[in-house]
Ligand binder design. Sequence first.
Ligand code: PLP
Length: 216
Amino acid sequence: MTLETIKARIADAEHEAGRASGSVRLVAISKKQPNDRVAAVLEEGHRCFGENRVQEAAGKWPEFRERFDGIDLHLVGPLQTNKARQALELFQAIHSVDRPKLAKTLARLAQEEGHCPDLFIQVNTGEEEQKAGILPGGADGFIAECRALDLPVQGLMCIPPVDEEASLHFALLARIAERNGLTGLSMGMSGDFEKAISFGATHVRVGSAIFGERTG
Ligand SMILES: *Cc1c(COP(=O)(O)O)cnc(C)c1O
């Protein structure tokens, strides 16, 4: 599929859900994609991208930034505290704040550097052992903790379990955000972004549907 097709589908889903047009941001997930595919999407004028690894992003984005203005880069994968400073330099948003230690590190670095990316707290809505994220039961407390650290929390993020109905997870994430006064919802990927939009997603993370299957 092309970028244009995905953008049109997002616009349709916004309309269907009775939401303002342009209220959903498309984060094009470029992890493990060949540089020529990413460059092609940049050439088409898209500027908001997501990566899941700091190392990989650090390897490819400085060069794209020399060629294209206004790139808005988001980290959507797990962040180790020893890479947090590098992440602060590279990314305009981090979708994967998932534990107190990372929150404290980001708060300290934000103080030192004088800026902080927009932050999303990842919630492990499916309570899956192998998945990162704060458990739903701990979300309110963790959100409060991040706010007490003066972190710019914009919203919540989730990755639903592959074998469950995603709607339940989107609805749960939206409820947690709502009761905490958060407006940002990072949810929905290639297979379910329209559904996520119907549940209030403000950021959809779409990779393979734009770029094709990942290499490597
Ligand atoms: C890879 C990835 C995506 C995109 O997945 P697709 O199915 O290719 O759209 C979205 N979110 C996260 C956190 C990812 O790691």
